[in-house]
Write a protein that binds this ligand. Structure first.
Ligand SMILES: Cc1cc2nc3c(=O)[nH]c(=O)nc-3n(C[C@H](O)[C@H](O)[C@H](O)COP(=O)(O)O)c2cc1C
Length: 256
């Protein structure tokens, strides 16, 4: 047994009649800023069919084996898309490029298909191998996979899919990374993303009190006057959130 002064605490628990032994790191040993040094891409993961399809923005798509090529997608259980992937046992992945429109992030990353038809008005093709929708807007490549395994991770499901079909739509643009989205486009991942980090856990930055901050109520993007060198009030009325396309009027002032 390890002592509490060591790096880990030994936890023994029973779940569904099975014995689990896990090592939980002590909280004060985790620097959440370090987690942002892990690299990811950004994708739209879709499932369903011509009658009802849906998709969500994911930063957690990655290849897990080469022969045969298999891909993993980590999907929050509350995502509407999780239900659809479970039913269809297939998903598509659209690889987004660096200039992908803010509106696409707003629609697929911060709103749920439980509330509206996300694919309406979107340029979609239906996969030759699986029939699932594939979003073509601002996408440079696609994958089609059928689900061969699902791992329950508690809050999320990890869908493992075997690759059946893939292709390139645009050779000229670069894929967007999560770091590019965060640093250049000032985007933030919402709570359903596996990489979500509560702001209170990050080191606080000292700001000049003369400058204010405004938060996008849809995606959490912060307009920081100290960084932008322009007062929020002086932005034109048709200014929209650069991360998700939400209107200026839907921003609220937040504490520095
Ligand atoms: C940058 C970014 C990354 C995200 N990554 C994931 C992810 O990997 N897994 C996930 O479940 N949700 C992720 N999300 C959140 C979902 O896209 C979001 O909850 C979406 O509204 C779910 O849509 P749905 O309910 O229609 O499926 C991410 C969102 C953003 C903006």
């Amino acid at each position: 047994m390890l002592s509490i002064n060591n790096a880990v605490i030994l936890i023994v628990c029973f779940q569904k009649s099975k014995l689990f032994v896990t090592f939980t790191p002590k909280c004060d040993m985790i620097n959440f800023e370090a987690l942002f040094r892990i690299s990811y891409g950004l994708y739209i993961v879709c499932s369903g069919d011509k009658n009802r399809g849906n998709g969500f923005i994911s930063n957690s798509v990655f290849q897990v084996t080469a022969e045969p090529p298999k891909f993993a997608v980590c999907c929050n259980k509350n995502n509407y898309t999780a239900e659809i992937i479970k039913k269809c046992a297939a998903f598509s992945v659209s690889v987004l490029h660096t200039e992908a429109s803010p509106g696409l992030f707003g629609r697929f990353g911060y709103r749920s298909g439980k509330d509206f038809n996300k694919l309406e008005g979107i340029n979609v093709s239906y996969g030759e191998a699986t029939g699932v929708p594939i979003v073509l807007n601002d996408s440079i490549a696609f994958l089609e996979c059928n689900v061969i395994q699902t791992v329950d991770l508690g809050t999320h499901l990890l869908f493992i899919g075997e690759l059946l079909h893939s292709g390139i739509m645009d050779e000229t643009k670069d894929p967007i990374t999560y770091m590019y989205y965060r640093q250049k486009r000032k985007g933030v991942a919402p709570k359903n993303a596996p990489t979500y980090v509560d702001k209170s856990k990050l080191e606080t930055k000292i700001q000049a009190p003369a400058f204010k901050k405004y938060e996008c109520t849809a995606c959490g993007y912060i307009y920081d006057e100290a960084i932008e060198s322009k007062k929020f009030i002086d932005l034109p009325p048709d200014w929209v959130c650069p991360s998700c396309g939400t209107a200026k009027e839907d921003f609220i002032e937040v504490a520095n």
